[in-house]
Design a protein around this ligand. Structure first.
Ligand SMILES: Nc1ncnc2c1ncn2[C@@H]1O[C@H](COP(=O)(O)OP(=O)(O)OP(=O)(O)O)[C@@H](O)[C@H]1O
Ligand SMILES: [Mg+2]
Length: 272
């Protein structure tokens, strides 16, 4: 059997036909792969994830999931729609668009109840995920009244609750404190197996080695300019800087401000 989960061929997409977001994307993601998508603000990462989630469709080019072309018509097939939605879960960049239930607890139970999961399965997923994200104390709260980081934890938890085989995460650690980011990365590393595909858009160089085997970098022309291992990419500081994935800090040193090239991972300074 073909192991391909997603196949994109020369995918182009503009919002309202005027604002280009993806300008010729080719990608093949196979079952069990862990992929990170990196690129500067506005490079098209969120657009790409929404396309993988069947929320947007290419203007030209094709995207296939599980061997079927994704377009409006595919999702009018209720059987395919249900299959796709039970397999693929997207954690949006903005938690506000994701959370709609009156309490956090209901938010977590909504997906699994809708898919008719068994009670014991729901209970065990609930306990694990609530513990993982440390949101026990939030269960009776209203999602909209939570802090940004708390909302993000709840949004991640609600997607994990359907135990998706394909998880799409849009900047999952943005707004999370260091310990929670670390725990999330650890959890994703444990959750992953040969049947689970994890695709993450992120700027967070601290987590990419744990959450990805392959990194795609999109440049400002909204095309993929590089595909490689995290290790290989992290070594190439010149490339990372050129593509706005690391930055130079202005430091004050012996009273004189000057610029350090500042690698986020090692905090290892090169003087320029
Ligand atoms: N709803 C929209 N209407 C019009 N243009 C949009 C819309 N959403 C995104 N765009 C444009 O599409 C391009 C890609 O945006 P996208 O949100 O996919 O980028 P991104 O890589 O996720 O950025 P960020 O790192 O800021 O999240 C941007 O130029 C953006 O202005
Ligand atoms: Mg984005």
């Amino acid at each position: 059997m073909d192991n391909t989960i997603f196949r994109l061929q020369d995918v182009k997409f503009s919002y309202l036909g005027r604002y280009p977001a993806l300008c010729g994307i080719d990608m093949e993601i196979v079952k069990g792969q862990r992929v990170a998508v990196m690129g500067a603000n506005g490079s098209g990462k969120s657009t790409l994830l929404q396309m993988l989630d069947g929320l947007l469709f290419p203007d030209t080019g094709t995207i296939e999931a599980f061997g079927r072309t994704l377009n409006e018509k595919a999702f009018t097939d209720t059987e395919f729609n249900r299959y796709f939605r039970s397999k693929v879960g997207l954690v949006f960049q903005s938690s506000d668009v994701q959370l709609f239930c009156p309490t956090v607890k209901e938010e977590l139970l909504f997906g699994p109840l809708q898919f008719g999961f068994a009670k014991t399965e729901i209970r065990s997923a609930f306990d694990t995920i609530v513990g993982l994200l440390d949101i026990e104390g939030l269960l009776d709260r209203m999602p909209h009244q939570l802090s940004v980081g708390e909302k993000r934890k709840v949004a991640i938890a609600s997607v994990l609750m359907i135990l998706p085989d394909i998880i799409l995460l849009d900047e999952p650690t943005a707004g999370l404190d260091p310990r929670t980011s670390r725990e999330l990365a650890n959890f994703l590393a444990r959750y992953h197996d040969e049947n689970k595909t994890i695709i993450t858009a992120t700027h967070d160089l601290h987590i990419i080695e744990e959450i990805a085997d392959i990194i795609y970098v999109i440049d400002q022309n909204r095309k993929i300019i590089r595909r490689g291992s995290p290790h290989e990419l992290l070594e190439d500081t010149a490339f990372l800087e050129e593509n706005n994935l690391i930055h130079s800090h202005l430091h004050r040193h012996e009273g004189m401000p000057h610029v350090h090239k500042h690698d986020h991972l090692s905090h290892y300074h090169h003087h320029s």
